[in-house]
Design a protein around this ligand. Structure first.
Ligand SMILES: [Zn+2]
Length: 267
């Protein structure tokens, strides 16, 4: 007999005594509030990280001059036959851009302030802040993606993600109706992963839009001594906010299925 190893010693991994096993199972079943508390905390943590990523993006430096970005933009438009109108917005030209682009001043405010950029496929318009012109390359990456039917499907999937928690609750309700036992349903077990997977197409499409923007810059500005590190860094932080949003949707889905109350991201 090994010294110090008495009858109370059990290896925690494969030799758990039966009474303890039972207690652990009960713990799992009787602590839903603790679990939800943990999930809410995790959700808050994701929010904080996402805010940091957004701030890092806003603080990020431009990788090159606006003239060089204009060259990249021209090439992206021409080489992909995009037919997209591009606008660089600032507080001085916001009214004029609003009229020309047929986008409300309200929707352009964040762009003018350097905090957003977007591509509107319905009207084929891409906007970026004058202070951060390089964001336009990512937006034109979206415009290129939109020409491919499958990528366009990925792009549009984001319009449905807000409905995922409610959809999972409804599906779970149906599963429970047909499930006679008290076991966890497939949805209850996997709500987090399912929520994240629903967001995965958006994460992928965002990443691809950035890669297209980076590749276009590398091609257009090759041999001109331009370094692309700052561009990649900015685009990484932008992508990180999407990755975190996916994790956030996973957590929100889990909370929704556990409580039966639809919960959105960023609670
Ligand atoms: Zn994007």
């Amino acid at each position: 007999m090994v010294q110090g190893v008495g009858s109370n010693y059990y290896n925690p991994y494969y030799d758990t005594p039966p009474q303890q096993q039972q207690r652990r199972q009960e713990d799992n079943q009787t602590n839903p509030l603790l679990t939800i508390g943990g999930l809410l905390l995790a959700s808050k943590g994701i929010d904080i990280l996402s805010n940091h990523a957004s701030k890092a993006l806003i603080r990020g430096k431009e990788y090159t001059t606006s003239d060089n970005v204009a060259k990249v933009t021209k090439n992206m438009l021409k080489n992909n036959n995009l037919g997209v109108d591009v606008f660089f917005v600032n507080p001085e030209n916001i009214e004029r851009v609003s009229n020309q682009a047929r986008i409300s001043v309200k929707d352009l405010k964040e762009v003018a302030a350097g905090k957003n950029a977007f591509y509107a496929d319905e009207i084929k318009v891409a906007v970026a802040p004058s202070a951060k012109p390089s964001l336009i390359q990512h937006e034109l990456g979206h415009a290129i993606n939109a020409k491919n039917p499958i990528l366009r499907l990925l792009q549009n999937s984001r319009n449905y993600v807000a409905a995922i928690p409610t959809a999972l609750i409804a599906l779970n309700f149906l599963l429970k109706k047909t499930n006679k036992s008290n076991d966890e349903t497939f949805i209850e077990k996997n709500a987090g992963v399912l929520g994240f997977l629903a967001y995965a197409p958006t994460i992928a499409e965002e990443g691809l839009a950035s890669l297209r923007g980076i590749r276009a810059a590398q091609k257009t500005l090759a041999g001109k001594g331009v370094k692309f590190g700052a561009l990649k860094k900015n685009y990484f932080f932008a992508w990180l906010t999407y990755l975190l949003a996916g994790v956030g949707l996973g957590i929100a889905s889990k909370i929704s299925v556990k409580t039966g109350i639809p919960t959105g991201m960023g609670i």
